[in-house]
Ligand binder design. Sequence first.
Ligand code: F6P
Length: 336
Amino acid sequence: KKTIAVITSGGDAPGMNACIRAIVLTANRFGHQVIGFKHGYNGLIENEKVLLSPFDVQHTIQLGGTILKSARCLAFTTDKGLIAAVENLNKNEVDALVVIGGDGSLRGLDRLQKHWDGQVIGVPGTIDNDLNGTDNTIGYQTAIDTALDSIDKLRDTADAFERIFLVEVMGRHAGFIALASAVASGAEQALFPESIDDPHTELESIVQHVECLRQVKGKSSIIMVIAEHLWPGGVSDLAETLTNQIGIECRPCILGHIQRGGAPVAYDRILATKLGSYAVEIINEGQSGVMVGEINNRQCAHKLNYVYSEQKELDPYLVKIQQNLFDVVQCLNLSK
Ligand code: F6P
């Protein structure tokens, strides 16, 4: 019988509770004890812990956020913080630590495993979907639907006023949410880091694109979905520049942390339940130093440094069709 510790770390993601629940229920079935440390790695450093029984996780599968709270933890990047965390893991006789989080949290876990003898298992929990070793991260599908809901609403007002809307979505340095929400909402343009080398040289083609869409294709409203951190000065700056250059009202809209909240969609609840259960199963097998994931509907486990080292590739077909559907070259040919 083992003692399994679990934390949720970094940006919270819908489905984290479903994952905690699955870990607790599966562990309980095997007779293991589960301790939750609160506020991410801070809880490990401060020894802020709670015992988690099946009773504690009942009726949590549908809840957004995380019952264990989350945080980013600067202290954990220092040697002092790391040593305190290791001491508390040993003091509580923890055999295995499960971290549900994104890129930064799994890097932290990789560092921890070099200084602690217990088993360490990562679970991909982030709306950004920017981890290798899994097709989807927990929270990503919910975030797309949340962004989509807002973009659909913006379309109504954009169309009524015949305006251009620039919608900024999250994703850290990856374009997963931007691309998916753009395709699903029928947005006329998607700008994300994987498709743009230098935003400064991009302005002319954006202007040309907008003019083609209006004059040639007769678009009364235009939605541009833009990944965060992409445009120097942000979407408000770009909206102002475009308004001046094109002479049509452009409005910025930053969706922000709304994308992190809400009840997880069914896909995320199911993925979280599978990955939480699988994490406990591979702890039983004695595995360590890996992140659990799902590729083509099959559970898998990849080394921690693999999942965060390389930039994860966007679906190339989706990138291609988003560009083709509103192709500016074809648009220019039509106008001849
Ligand atoms: O990683 C999740 C995420 O929501 C990113 O999309 C975003 O860049 C970041 O976290 C925002 O972080 P914070 O909540 O600390 O502002």
